[in-house]
Design a protein around this ligand. Structure first.
Ligand code: ADP
Ligand code: MG
Length: 394
């Protein structure tokens, strides 16, 4: 994968347009709840500022309707936080597509929510050309939206004088390539979370590549069903039992396997106060909900992780938000932290689990992508990265 990289370019005196992913969670009053994405975008912005570029940054936020900026759509709170983190004021520019605003070298401005512009989501060419005209160098640092072809992630890369990957984008490409192109074996994938349907393609692709495929959460319940187990009232997708069976067949044909839970933690409801019971998987009753893997299963999974060469992790193996159902995910997190394997992790709730169990320093690479992370691992061509590749030679 060959793309131009920001760090290889001379940006002094240049107008640099950075498409970042500053789509942070906010509370109802608009306060930023969690600012990891803003912090992850700082290296590229600082590099440009330190080297004398005039810097424009934009991002999407939430799900606006194109053509209007409602109160909840504005990047104003992001501009404030970015200013705090950079220790310099960050002006917010509205109605920026046609230009008409000044940015001095060494200055950074934030361009209002790019998804408020008409034509953004449809990758409109006229819009992309106008935005490209604002800059000398286009930088894509928004890995989280790299799987979408939109005007600021794709179209603009075709028309800007120079198009390159920012530092975050570059790091994501390097780390994910390392785990997929020639991974140290055994390659172990952990796919957990709520639904098989949202992760079916990744399960099928991984089944062809990995040595061990650990399934957890609601996904494991569907696999248990497929293997003829009773799962009571557990979250599962019975209509996808055949697909789960197909994944197990692919693995078996390769002499690999999908280890299924031998013991589980059940309750009759999903709540902070629910009473949890550890039982063998054969003893799940008709009103039980499986909400975590049991200790025997955890130990088995930890052993697999301990012997891995590379680990790819997406999705918790239980309802880790409640402590009585967090044991399996915690044990796995600890095994990952102690393992010598190169581990890449991605997914909103996976990142929450990593934070909860304090293992961030011990994970090889934490991706900022959810959908983009999964699509990259599936081997799909991400349109935003393809657009940068197409500009590698000019
Ligand atoms: P990610 O955001 O990392 O991709 P998902 O969104 O797919 O992960 O899944 C995370 C959610 O799955 C969590 O909210 C967790 O509570 C839920 N979950 C995990 N195990 C179970 C289970 N056994 N039953 C119901 N929900 C589960
Ligand atoms: Mg999630």
């Amino acid at each position: 994968m060959q793309v131009k990289k920001l760090v290889d370019l001379n940006v002094a005196g240049k107008r640099v347009f950075i498409r970042a992913d500053l789509n942070v969670p906010q509370d109802e009053a608009g306060n930023i709840v969690e600012d990891t994405r803003i912090r992850a975008s700082l290296p590229s912005i600082k590099y440009c500022l330190d080297n004398g570029a005039a810097v424009m940054v934009t991002s999407h936020l939430g799900r606006p309707t194109e053509g209007e900026v409602r109160a909840e759509d504005t990047l104003a709170p992001i501009a404030v936080r970015l200013g705090e983190l950079l220790s310099k004021p960050v002006r917010l520019i509205r109605d920026w597509v046609d230009g008409g605003f000044e940015v001095k070298p060494g200055e950074v401005v934030l361009l209002e929510n790019c998804r408020c512009n008409k034509g953004e989501k449809k990758d409109n060419e006229e819009l992309a050309k106008k935005m490209a005209a604002l800059c000398d160098i286009y930088v894509n640092d928004a890995f989280g939206t790299a799987h979408r072809a939109e005007a600021t992630t794709h179209g603009i890369a075709r028309f800007a004088p120079v198009a390159c990957a920012g530092m975050l984008m570059g790091a994501e490409i390097d780390a994910l390539s390392k785990a997929t192109e020639n991974p140290a074996r055994p390659l172990v994938a952990i796919v957990g979370g709520a639904k098989v349907s949202s992760k079916l393609t990744i399960l099928k692709t991984l089944a062809q590549k990995v040595d061990q495929l650990i399934v957890g959460g609601g996904i494991a319940n569907t696999f248990l069903l497929a293997s003829g187990h009773r799962i009571g009232d557990s979250l599962a997708e019975p209509e996808l039992v055949k697909e789960a069976q197909a994944v197990m067949d692919i693995m078996k044909a390769r002499g690999a396997e999908v280890p299924l839970p031998v013991d589980v933690v059940v309750a009759d409801e999903v709540s902070a106060l629910a009473r949890a019971n550890r039982i063998p998987v054969e003893e799940v009753g008709p009103h039980d909900r499986i909400l975590d893997v049991g200790p025997k299963t955890s130990a088995k999974l930890a052993d697999i992780i301990a012997h891995a060469g590379t680990i790819v992790w997406n999705g918790p193996v239980g309802v880790f938000e409640h402590n009585q159902f967090a044991g399996g995910t915690k044990m796995m997190a600890s095994a990952i932290a102690h393992s010598d394997a190169f581990c890449i992790a991605g997914g909103g709730d996976t990142l929450a689990a990593i934070a909860k169990f304090h293992i961030a320093q011990d994970v090889g690479y934490i991706s900022t992508g959810g959908g983009a992370f999964l699509e990259f691992l599936e081997g799909k061509t991400l349109p935003a990265i393809a657009a940068l590749e197409a500009r590698f030679n000019d």
